[in-house]
Structures are given as C-alpha cells and as structure tokens.
Design a protein around this ligand. Structure first.
Ligand code: TMP
Length: 209
C-alpha cells in the first residue's frame, strides 16, 4: 500500500505539537508506519539551515535568501527523507511544508507568489501533500499562547500585522483547495481540537481504504 503525505500548518501558538501527537496516535493505532519530521529541518543539513533561518545571527537576511534557504532545506528533505519514505510505503507526517512558504514569505513578507510557485515546481516536481491540517485561530490568541514560551525566534519576533497576513494567506490556500486543506478551529479547548483532528484523520484513513 502506498504511503500518504500529511502536513500540519498554522501560525505561532496554534498548537501544532498537540495536533502532531494526535495525528500520530491515530495513524499508529491504525497500524501505519509513520515518519515524523519537520520543516525547515528534517535532515542534518536542513536542521543547520533551520538554525540560520530561525536564529538571530542573520536578522537582516534578505527575503530572497530566506525563501531560497527554505527551499534548499526542502530539496534536501524531500530527496533524502520524504520521497524514500513514501516510496517504501511509509506515511510521512511533516510539521510545516510549502504552504508555510506561501503564508510566511508570500503573505507575511509580501513576496511574489509566482516566484514561490516556480520554486515549488522546480524542487518538488508534482509532489504535493495528500492532506494538510491547518490549525487556525485568531492571531492575538496564538501570539498570547506562543508568548508563554521562552525566547522568541526570528519569525516569532515579527509584529501582529505580519501574522495577520500569514493567517490570511493560509486561509486563502484552504479556500482554494478545500479537499486537501482541512481547517481545524484551534481556538477551542484542547479536547475539542484533538477530537476535530481525530475526525479528519479517521475520515482520511477511510477514504484511503
Ligand atoms: P516552527 O516549525 O517551530 O513553527 O518554526 C518554523 C518557523 O519557520 C515558523 O515561524 C514558520 C517559518 N517558516 C517559513 O517562514 N517558511 C517556510 O517555508 C517554513 C517551512 C517555515
């Protein structure tokens, strides 16, 4: 049986880690072999690029550089880990993927979406996630939740308006691709969010059967 490629997206404080754990539990209970990974990162090189992208060492990084480094990490991740896993029949559960480039670099930074699309086509060919869970909540609530964590990274240091543009771009993708992108109301209680996530994954598993 062919594996499926599932991604998780959302603004800071949306509860992706909780969602990740829930998806993993449902898939493992259903007997699926799952590769759990993240972007930027997922490989040794990718994790080093992640440090450059999220750290404060290169605060003034040009937006083109930022986008290219995201896709450089993605190329490595796809070729070295994601594609081999999918070809071996494993499932891949990835914390963020290319929708994050559209949302953060496209929406947040205001970069040309066509540029991102060109890189997507070049780096990924026709590889796209089979299912994406978008953890959605008001930006103020997300930032309040994220604010309770330790020192903010380079993205978490952005202003409210940046995240409002990120959220808008994510919701626009969900509107365009309602089949692939399932929106989870992440403003609800933990139990409620977990239940929404379970339902989406169980329905997806039934469709694959
Ligand atoms: P996180 O995985 O801990 O949420 O941190 C990753 C950060 O990187 C997050 O702020 C979103 C950002 N990001 C982009 O800006 N573009 C991308 O393509 C990806 C994968 C992440």
């Amino acid at each position: 049986m062919k594996g499926s490629f599932i991604t998780l997206e959302g603004i800071e404080g949306a509860g992706k880690s909780t969602c990740m754990a829930e998806v993993l539990t449902v898939l493992k209970t259903a007997g699926r072999d799952v590769l759990e990974t993240r972007e930027p990162g997922g490989t040794r090189l990718g994790e080093e690029l992640r440090q450059l992208l999220l750290g404060h060492k290169h605060t003034g990084m040009h937006e083109d550089t930022e986008l290219l480094l995201m896709f450089a990490a993605r190329a490595e991740h796809l070729q070295q880990r994601i594609l081999p896993a999918l070809h071996a029949g494993r499932w891949v559960l990835c914390d963020r993927f290319t929708d994050a480039s559209y949302a953060y670099q496209g929406g947040g930074r205001g970069m040309d979406m066509k540029r991102i699309q060109q890189l997507e086509n070049w780096v990924q060919g026709d590889v796209r996630p089979d299912l994406t869970l978008l953890m959605d909540l008001p930006v103020e609530l997300g930032l309040e939740r994220a604010g309770k964590r330790s020192s903010p990274d380079r993205f978490e240091s952005e202003a409210l308006a940046f995240f409002q543009r990120v959220r808008k771009a994510y919701l626009e993708i969900a509107r365009r691709e309602p089949q692939r992108v399932q929106v989870i109301d992440a403003s609800q209680s933990l139990e409620n969010v977990q239940a929404q996530v379970r339902e989406v994954i169980q329905r997806f598993l039934e469709q694959q059967a």
